[in-house]
Ligand binder design. Sequence first.
Ligand code: FAD
Length: 399
Amino acid sequence: MVFPFSSIKNFTIDLNEEHELTRTMIRDFAEKILSNYVKQGELMRDIPQELKIKAKELGLYGIDVKPEYGGQGGDYLSAIIVAEELSRIWPSFATFFLINWMFNRAINEYGNEEQKKKYITQVATGEKVAAFAVTEPAAGSDVAGIQTTAKKENGYYILNGRKLFITNGDIADYYIIAARTIPPQREARWKGISLFIVEKDWGVKPVSRLETIGLKASHTTELALDNVKVPAENLLGEENMGFKYAVETFDYARTIVAAQALGIAQRAFEIMSNYSLQRTAFDTKLANFQNIQLKIADSLADLEASRLLTYWAGTLYQRNMKNEYIIVASLAKFFVTEAAERIVLRAMIEHGGYGVTTDIELERMLRDLQILKTYEGTNDIQRISAARQFYNRFMGVKV
Ligand SMILES: Cc1cc2nc3c(=O)[nH]c(=O)nc-3n(C[C@H](O)[C@H](O)[C@H](O)COP(=O)(O)OP(=O)(O)OC[C@H]3O[C@@H](n4cnc5c(N)ncnc54)[C@H](O)[C@@H]3O)c2cc1C
């Protein structure tokens, strides 16, 4: 036993030739096409429609979705690789991919056949854009604290409330929205939340778009839900099970966020190592200075540890090892986002004066990472969750 895991066999990673092909395909797309839109997109705070269409033609939105629902097949590790490769070039665009993936995953997991055929198909083929709306002005980490209500009346649920920080909120056609179907129970606050698949035309109103430090081209939005009428058949899964569904979806999105940070780490390391061979000072390459070598070695250790942790989390998920996955996904989220930040900061120092200018990629990376450290559960919440899950699942003690 390799405490807390049961065997050293748990430490293998299930990547294969198909994953390598996926990586090659997405890297090619990212370098040849995606890269042309980054500067303009960040400046305009938008992902150009032309790019979305090119990604649609590639089948990007259908990765990790079954062919019967318009998808390209593949698996969770494929989605991880896609997020990594897209983020290596443009994290804002990877976030657009991530949210569509979350929507599809939740419906695939908890929805009925009709919902899958109608909604997943359209999002996986890139016809429609999706959002996943749980957070509210007074409840983010505390998902059980949401106050939006869903009252059942004559075959409909009537939704009222506010949602905040919703990615794609103002551009989505379809939303998964969390709302209370019964008031919070004193003994269990999480009880009584349900998820709904909601179409924009039913009255979802984007009221403002937030300016964020990073992921500038990603739309972060506040939504107003004023008597939004949702047909009862658009309840996702069972009534009052929404807390479990939402938290599980965040659990699975967490490793995709780690993969986003891994892509940034990879790119920052490439920039750093190339610069150490290009730049000379005192008649020699930077690479010959020991302090630069220390930064290269520390960054390589951070990068490879991040890669192993991220792919390992993906492998545990695919092996259905939930007890292990739940912990490793949290470790990956906080470790990789912070390791990527360390690499970017070292690269900035290595670049001297150029390192603090705003027209190089490193500056954007540092800003984007602040959001990766925050969304899908803040890094502190990940630490707390990993520790609690460890005590609970491996020591049999509730803390
Ligand atoms: C750019 C962006 C995009 C987002 N996209 C989406 C989206 O598409 N859909 C969606 O539903 N949400 C989205 N979010 C919301 C995001 O998941 C939340 O912001 C995040 O979970 C933190 O919640 P909060 O902002 O309410 O912070 P709070 O929960 O108020 O936390 C504030 C601070 O307190 C700490 N804290 C909170 N509770 C505890 C505790 N119990 N123990 C110790 N420390 C604690 C936190 O770590 C944090 O540092 C997005 C956020 C951002 C910034």
